[in-house]
Structures are given as C-alpha cells and as structure tokens.
Design a binder for this molecule. Structure first.
Ligand code: HOZ
Length: 456
C-alpha cells in the first residue's frame, strides 16, 4: 500500500541533488536478507534491542540513507521518519549547515585526546540556555552521562541510595536498570540479568506521579538518599508527563533532606524547548530548577555526544579538581562537538520551537481526529518536538497504566503505518519525534495514512 498522492520512492527534497543517486533495483539487498546476515554476526541482528522489531514483529528496515524528514531502506522504500534517531535529528537529516560543520571538522582531525576550543564553545552554548547549570562535562552517550551524574550525586552527598521511577530509562548502567522503560519494558524484563542484587540494593524504585510513595520514602530514608533521578517528561514509557504537584513535591523533599534532584533530559533537553523540560516546569513552578541535569541526543545533532552539568559547587567535585572520577577517550570529540554546535546554532534561531511545537501538535491532533472518525479509542500529547499516543481513553500517568493500554492494536497500527510509508517507533514504550524538516504536507500524508490504517 502506498501513501495517497505520494510515491514511496524518492521524492526530490531541497538538497536532493547533493546526494548520491538512489539505489537501482539490481543493486538492492532486501531487508530480510540483511536481517538474516546481521543475525549471524550481531546478537539479534541489531546493536540496540528495540531496533529488532521484536515487540511489533516483522523484519526491521535496514536504512540506506536519510534526507530531511525521510529515510530510505535497503529496498529503496521511503518513510516519513518519526524516530529521528530516537531524538537527535531535530533539524531533520542532512541539514546543510550541520553537514558543512561536520565535513570541515573531519578535515581537521577525528580525535585528539586533548582539549579543543570547540568543547568550550559547546559547553558555553549549553550553559547559555540552561540557567540551572554553570558547568558541564561532555561525554559520549546518555548512558555515560546518567551513570556519571549518579556517581557525582553520591560523591557530593556521601550517600548511597538513589530513587528512580518505574518506566523511566536512564541508560543501561547497572544501578539504573531496574524496572526501566524502553527496551526493558518492550521485552518485559523487570531488570537485566547480569546485574547483581548487591549492585541495585541502593536503588529505590517508585511509581511515577505517586505523591504518597515519594513522601513515604523520604520520611523513612530521606537522610540516606543521594538523589532522585527522573525523566521529567518520560519518553521511555511512550510519553508521560510528571504532574506539577509531583514535581513540586520532589523538589521540596530533595531540598529539605539534602538530596540532589537529577533531571534526565537526554530526550527532552533542547527537544521540548530550548531550555529543556526544566524550562517548561520553571514556567509552571516559580523558581523551579533541578540540581544536576543530564543531556544527550539533540546536543550531539546525531553524533555520539552527551553531557551532565550542575552548579560550579557540585561540578568542582569531579576529577581533576575533586575526588569523583570520570573520564573518556572520545569525550568532547571534535567532530561530534562541531555537529552539536551547528545544531544548537540552528535551533536557537527565533521562532524555531514555536514552529516545531505547532507542527507536532498538528500531527497529534490530526491522528486523534482520524481515530475519532474511526471510533478508535486514542489519546495523544506533545511538547515541543516530542510526542506520544496511546490506544486508550485517557493519558496514562504511570508505567502500570501504560502497560495496560492496547498493545496488539498498537502493533497493528505500527505495521499499517509502516506499509504506508510512515516510520514510527517499533514499540509502544517509545516517544516519537518531529523535526524542523517535516513539512505540512508530510504531516497531512501521515494523517491520511492513519485514516487508511484505521479503516483497514
Ligand atoms: N534506548 C533507545 C530507545 N529509548 C533506543 C536507542 C536505539 O536503538 O538507537
């Protein structure tokens, strides 16, 4: 089945002419052939579990290239991309200014293992948009940033216990792999094998948006808690917002008991707003700010780059100034920082988030409208360029409720959309992402595809 009015094969886009020609049928290897070959040498055929399509079934699409809001698979099939590499591609694929910055940086050298001016520029650019942080340390992945933030919080407080919430995913560091969202939720693992009980004995897992539980845990163990870590808008159990009373109370309790509040903004940072989710909550809770923030995805523009930051007082505890050790050969990589800087420059332009938010809202409203026409229970939500939807009557407030939404229907919808050239995340537990490259016609084509999918 094809998108109405659009060929699923290549359609010219603004800088199409700069690209290599599309593969011709004779050159093509099928997705299935590639998947079979991949499974012989890579566990499950993928380098990150959710990509394997196991939750939704079928053959993963092996992506050959991408441009703007589109990706083409190994068979030459075109998709409107709502994953955007799971968040980083906020400008769409192959943005000319970003490409140019990366090409220039690559010519100067891939990696030095020594400091560069560009690292300072990127740190300055991040700090300029996030008033809660005075210093950042650049690393290579969200997992590394989250893990280091926890170590820093423990080092700063001299305490061991950490609080996290069910359905939040903070990367795959051992202590955080408990009742996590994303792939663990997708595959139904409460935690990962290979993580000794002793390693997670200090991880307290509470229900998201449950005020009573957070009150109780602080009342009984508050003086032992190093930090509370949260995805402020959870994107690893689809899309679930922390309520304002919940967020307000966590902030108060952390301050009262001397625990640090860690905001995992790997997904939401520079994605839901230029100042991240913390700027959204600061608009709702006067004076609100977290103590430590974790970033990834957008700040690297699609390159392996992440960061964690806090006040100067907290950050000076890190080596080489302080006793909390953290290091990395590729940290602050010159090509990745060039990519991140060029991306931040584009997204800082006036009106960027207004346009992105309006587009994302129109997608969610469009999908909700055609679901309503079809009599399908459907709810959606979005903030900036991040969105989620559920086959349910109301928006879930926690992981348990997300799990109770209609998974088989999600899986059928996923495949019906894929067949129509729309690439959504291949699991119910993942948020979706819209980029600045998506145009009104892409949103309209997506809504048309959904209408046809609901009919089918
Ligand atoms: N952990 C990511 C989803 N929340 C998946 C990353 C990937 O497969 O690239």
């Amino acid at each position: 089945m094809r998108l109405r009015g659009l060929s699923n094969r290549a359609r010219p886009c603004p800088i199409e002419s700069r690209q290599t020609p599309l593969l011709q049928p004779a050159d093509m290897t099928s997705n299935l052939q590639l998947f079979e070959r991949a499974q012989r040498v890579i566990p499950g055929g993928v380098n990150s579990p959710v990509r394997a399509f196991r939750a939704v079934g079928g053959t993963p699409r092996f992506i050959a290239r991408a441009q703007g809001p589109y990706m083409w698979d190994a068979e030459g099939q075109r998709y409107i991309d709502y994953i955007g590499s799971w968040g980083p591609m906020i400008l769409g694929h192959g943005h000319p200014a970003v490409l140019e910055a990366v090409q220039k940086a690559a010519l100067d050298g891939f990696s030095f293992g020594a400091p560069t001016e560009r690292e300072i520029e990127l740190a300055e650019a991040i700090i300029a948009q996030v008033p809660s942080i005075e210093q950042v340390r650049l690393v290579s992945s969200g997992t590394e940033a989250g893990m280091s933030a926890i170590r820093l919080a423990r080092g700063a407080t001299g305490r061991s216990k950490i609080v996290k919430f069910e359905g939040c995913y903070h990367g795959h560091a051992d202590a955080l792999l408990v009742k996590a969202g994303s792939g663990l939720a997708t595959f139904g693992y409460p935690t990962s094998a290979g993580v000794p009980a002793e390693v997670v004995q200090h991880t307290l897992v509470l229900e998201y948006n449950n005020l009573e539980q957070i009150e109780e845990v602080f009342a009984s163990q508050g003086s032992e808690i190093a930090c509370v870590m949260i995805e402020p808008i959870a994107g690893n159990m689809n899309f679930v917002r922390a309520s304002v009373p919940f967020m307000t109370r966590i902030r108060e309790l952390c301050t009262q008991y001397g625990a640090l509040f860690v905001f995992d903004e790997v997904m939401t940072g520079f994605r839901v707003a230029l100042g991240g989710a913390q700027s959204v909550y600061a608009g709702l809770i006067p004076g609100f700010k977290p103590d430590i923030s974790v970033f990834g995805k957008v700040i690297g523009g699609g390159m392996p780059l992440a960061a964690f930051g806090a006040s100067r007082d907290i950050m000076r505890l890190l080596a080489p100034l302080g006793p909390v050790y953290q290091a990395g050969t590729l940290s602050g990589n010159p090509v990745a920082t060039a990519c991140g800087l060029a991306t931040l420059k584009e997204i800082s332009k006036p009106g960027f988030y207004e346009a992105l938010s309006a587009k994302t809202r129109s997608l969610v409203e469009g999908l909700s409208g055609v679901a309503r026409e079809a009599g399908v229970p459907f709810v959606g939500d979005s903030e900036g360029g991040m969105f989620g939807f559920f086959f349910a009557d109301s928006l879930p407030q926690n992981y348990g409720v997300v799990m109770a939404t209609d998974q088989p229907r999600f899986n059928r919808f996923f495949h019906a959309m894929l067949e129509r050239g729309v690439y959504l995340a291949p699991a119910l537990y993942e948020a979706g992402f819209v980029s600045a490259a998506h145009q009104a016609e892409d949103i309209a084509a997506t809504v048309d595809a959904a209408r046809a999918a609901f009919k089918a």
